[in-house]
Write a protein that binds this ligand. Structure first.
Ligand SMILES: Nc1ncnc2c1ncn2[C@@H]1O[C@H](COP(=O)(O)OP(=O)(O)OP(=O)(O)O)[C@@H](O)[C@H]1O
Ligand SMILES: [Mg+2]
Length: 622
C-alpha cells in the first residue's frame, strides 16, 4: 500500500505559498518551477521554432504592412474631401468627390481583404510553431531519464505543454499582430501628421515621451506580476493532477477535506495574483488615456485657433484629429500585447529550461553491439563490477557492489525493506547509471549499449504492472509489437492468464481503459508477465512481480515462471519465500551489501539470516 503522498504545491520563491515542511529544499532547482536555463536558450528556442517558417513569416509581415497602408489612407482622403472636393462640388464639379468616395470604399475593401489574408497566414504560422513546440516537449520529456521524472512532477510537465504553450499561442495569434499594428501606425501616423502640418505633428510626437515612460513603468511591474501568476496557475494544476493521480489513497485516507482546503488556498492565490495583474493593467489604461486625451485637447485647441486665424485649413485639422484618435486607440491594446508578451516570455523560459535538460542516462555516441548468443539458451552473463550508487537526493545506497550472474542463472534476491534490491534491479535495467564502476551484459558496459538493444535485452516487471489504454492483446504485445494473435495467446497460456482473459467481456479485445481500472491488480500482473514472456529478453527482472497474486495463483505462476525463466538470466526479487524456491541461487541483501550467497538448500541448512527467515515462514504456514 502506498502511503498518501503529501501535497507538494510546487512553487517557487514566493514565501506566502503554503508548502509542506518536508518538501522544501531551497538548493534543489527542481523544487522551483523554472529549471536553470542556459543563457540565450530562450532566444535560440524561439529562433529554431521560427526559422523553418521564415518565408511565411515574411509573407505575413508584408500583408500587415499593406493592410496598414490601406487603413491609414482614410483620414488623408477626408482632408482632401474637405479642402478640395467639397469646394469643387460647390462649383458643380462632381468628379473629385466621387473619386474620394470610390477611393475610400476601395481602401476599406482592400484593407478588409488583406486583414483576412493576414489572419489566415498568421494563424497557420502560429499553429505550426505550437505543433512543433508541443511535439518537442513530449519527445524530450519522454527521452529524459527516470531520475528527472522523479523530481519534475507530471503536473509541471502538463502545465508546460498546456498553459505555457497556450500563452505562447496568445502572443503569436494576437499579441504580435497588436505590436506590429501599433508600431506601424505610430510610424505612419507620425509621418502623416508631420507632413500635413509640422506644428501639430510635433505636438503629437512629443506626447510619445510620457506614453513611452508609462509603457516602461507598466512593463517593469507586469514582469513581476506575470511571473508570479504563471507559477500560481502551475501550482493549481500540479495539485489537481497529483490528487487525481492518487485518488485511491486520497479516498482511503480521507484526504478529501485536507485537499479541498489546500486546493482552495492555491486557487484563491491564483485569483489574487490575477487580480493584481488586472489592477496593473487598469492603471496603465487610465494613465495612457489621460496622456492621449490631453494631447488631443491641446491639438484641437491650438488647431481651432489657427483655423480661425486662417493659418490652417479645416480639412487638415479634421484629418489630424482623426489620425490622433487612431494613434491613441491602439495604446490600450499595446498594454494587452505587453501582457501577452510577459506571460509568453515567462512560459517560453520555462519550456526552454525543460528542453535544455539533458538525460542523465545518455545514449552512447558509438553503440556497441552485444555478441551473438551462444548455444540455444537466451540468457546472458551479468556482472556488477565495483558498482557504487546513490540517488541524487539521498546517501549512498550501494557502497561497493560486485556480483556475477552466469548466463541462464535464476537468482532470488531477498532482504529487508530499503536494502537496495529495487535499486540493484533499476541499475541493471539502466534506469540510472552507477556513480562508479560498471554494469556489464555479456562483457559490454550498459552505457555503451544502444538503447533499443538494451530494452530488448533486459526486461523488468514490477509490482505496479502498468497497463496502457488499448486492448488486452495490445498490452501483451507491447513487448513485441509484431507478434501474431496466436503468439500472444500462447504467451498468456504459458503464464496462466488465458482463462481470465477469455472470460472478459471482449476477451483479448477488451479495452483496459486507462490504468486498467477494470481488471484486478493480480490480473494486471499476469498481463505484465505475458508481456515479458513475449518480449523474450536475455535478462528478466521481476521486482515483487508476484506480490498481488493469491497463493494458488502464485503457485500456478511459479510453475509457469520456471518454464519462462529456464535458460534466461533472471533476477527475482520477492518478499515471499515460496517464490524463492524456484531460484538456483539466493542473495540476501542488507544495507546495499550481499550478506549471504548460496543455493536455497545451502542457505536453509545454514545458520544465517535466510535460514531464520525460512524457519519463520515455515512456522507461519503450519
Ligand atoms: N528514487 C529514489 N530517490 C531517492 N532515494 C531512493 C529512491 N528509491 C529508493 N531510494 C532509497 O534507496 C534505498 C534503497 O531502496 P530500494 O527501493 O532499492 O529498496 P528495496 O530493497 O527494493 O526495498 P523494498 O523491499 O521495500 O522494495 C532506500 O533507502 C530508499 O529510501
Ligand atoms: Mg523494492
Amino acid at each position: 500500500m502506498t502511503a498518501p503522498t503529501t501535497s507538494a504545491p510546487t512553487a517557487d520563491d514566493d514565501p506566502d505559498l503554503p508548502r509542506p515542511k518536508d518538501s522544501a529544499d531551497p538548493t534543489d532547482p527542481f523544487d522551483k518551477d523554472v529549471l536553470p536555463t542556459p543563457p540565450g536558450a530562450t532566444a535560440s528556442l524561439l529562433r529554431s521554432l521560427l526559422t523553418p517558417l521564415k518565408a511565411r513569416v515574411a509573407l505575413t509581415t508584408l500583408l500587415l504592412l499593406l493592410q496598414q497602408a490601406a487603413v491609414q489612407a482614410g483620414p488623408l482622403l477626408v482632408a482632401y474631401a474637405i479642402d478640395n472636393a467639397v469646394p469643387a462640388f460647390r462649383n458643380h464639379d462632381h468628379g473629385p468627390l466621387i473619386a474620394v468616395a470610390v477611393g475610400y470604399l476601395l481602401c476599406a475593401l482592400v484593407s478588409g481583404g488583406l486583414q483576412y489574408a493576414f489572419v489566415l497566414a498568421s494563424v497557420r504560422v502560429s499553429q505550426d510553431v505550437l505543433l512543433d513546440l508541443r511535439g518537442r516537449i513530449f519527445r524530450h520529456a519522454q527521452a529524459l531519464s527516470i531520475d528527472f521524472h522523479e523530481r519534475y512532477t507530471s503536473g509541471r510537465l502538463i502545465s508546460r505543454s498546456t498553459t505555457d504553450v497556450e500563452s505562447l499561442r496568445e502572443l503569436l495569434n494576437e499579441g504580435l499582430q497588436e505590436l506590429v499594428t501599433v508600431v506601424l501606425s505610430f510610424v505612419y501616423i507620425s509621418a502623416m501628421l508631420l507632413w500635413l502640418d509640422p506644428g501639430l505633428g510635433a505636438v503629437a510626437v512629443a506626447s510619445f515621451v510620457p506614453l513611452y515612460l508609462l509603457v516602461r513603468l507598466y512593463q517593469r511591474r507586469a514582469v513581476r506580476v506575470y511571473r508570479v501568476r504563471s507559477t500560481a496557475i502551475a501550482a493549481v494544476i500540479v495539485k489537481f493532477v497529483e490528487t487525481m493521480n492518487g485518488i485511491r489513497p486520497v479516498r482511503a485516507f480521507r484526504r478529501e477535506a485536507v485537499n479541498d482546503t489546500e486546493f482552495r488556498e492555491l486557487n484563491r492565490r491564483h485569483e489574487r495574483v490575477n487580480g493584481d495583474a488586472l489592477l496593473e493593467m487598469a492603471r496603465y489604461v487610465v494613465g495612457s488615456r489621460l496622456v492621449a486625451n490631453t494631447a488631443v485637447a491641446l491639438i484641437v485647441l491650438w488647431g481651432a485657433y489657427r483655423v480661425a486665424s486662417d493659418s490652417l485649413e479645416l480639412g487638415v485639422l479634421a484629418a489630424a484629429v482623426l489620425y490622433l484618435r487612431r494613434l491613441y486607440d491602439p495604446i490600450d491594446r499595446l498594454g494587452m500585447f505587453l501582457n501577452a508578451y510577459q506571460s509568453a516570455a515567462a512560459s517560453l523560459e520555462k519550456i526552454a529550461g525543460l528542453l535544455a535538460q539533458t538525460p542523465s542516462v545518455p545514449e552512447p555516441s558509438t553503440p556497441v553491439e552485444l555478441p551473438a548468443l551462444e548455444g540455444d539458451h537466451p540468457g546472458r552473463e551479468v556482472v556488477f563490477d565495483g558498482v557504487r550508487f546513490g540517488y541524487r537526493t539521498g546517501g549512498e545506497v550501494l557502497p561497493r557492489f560486485d556480483l556475477t550472474l552466469p548466463a541462464g542463472q535464476t537468482v532470488a534476491v531477498v532482504g529487508t525493506t530499503g536494502a537496495g534490491k529495487s535499486t540493484l534491479a533499476k541499475l541493471l535495467a539502466r534506469f540510472y547509471d552507477p556513480t562508479d564502476g560498471r554494469v556489464l551484459l555479456d562483457g559490454v558496459d550498459l552505457r555503451e549499449l544502444a538503447v533499443p538493444e538494451l530494452r530488448r535485452g533486459v526486461v523488468m516487471v514490477t509490482q505496479e504492472a502498468f497497463l496502457f489504454s488499448g486492448t488486452v492483446a495490445e498490452n501483451i504485445a507491447i513487448g513485441r509489437p509484431d507478434a501474431t494473435r496466436e503468439e500472444i495467446e500462447r504467451a498468456a497460456k504459458a503464464i496462466g492468464a488465458h482463462e481470465f482473459i477469455s472470460a472478459l467481456p471482449d476477451g483479448y479485445d477488451m479495452d483496459v481503459r486507462k490504468r486498467g481500472g477494470r481488471i484486478s491488480a493480480g490480473q494486471r500482473q499476469l498481463v505484465a508477465f505475458a508481456r515479458a514472456l513475449l518480449a523474450d529478453p536475455a535478462v528478466l527482472i521481476l521486482d515483487e512481480a508476484t506480490s498481488s497474486l493469491d497463493v494458488p495463483g502464485e503457485r500456478a505462476v511459479q510453475r509457469a515462471m520456471s518454464t519462462v525463466l529456464r535458460g534466461r538470466t533472471a533476477v527475482v526479487i520477492a518478499h515471499r519465500l515460496s517464490t524463492v524456491e524456484i531460484a538456483d541461487r539466493v542473495l540476501v541483501m542488507e544495507h546495499g551489501r550481499i550478506v549471504e550467497d548460496g543455493s536455497p538448500a545451502e542457505l536453509v541448512a545454514g545458520t544465517g539470516r535466510f535460514a531464520d527467515l525460512h524457519r519463520a515462514w515455515r512456522d507461519s504456514l503450519a
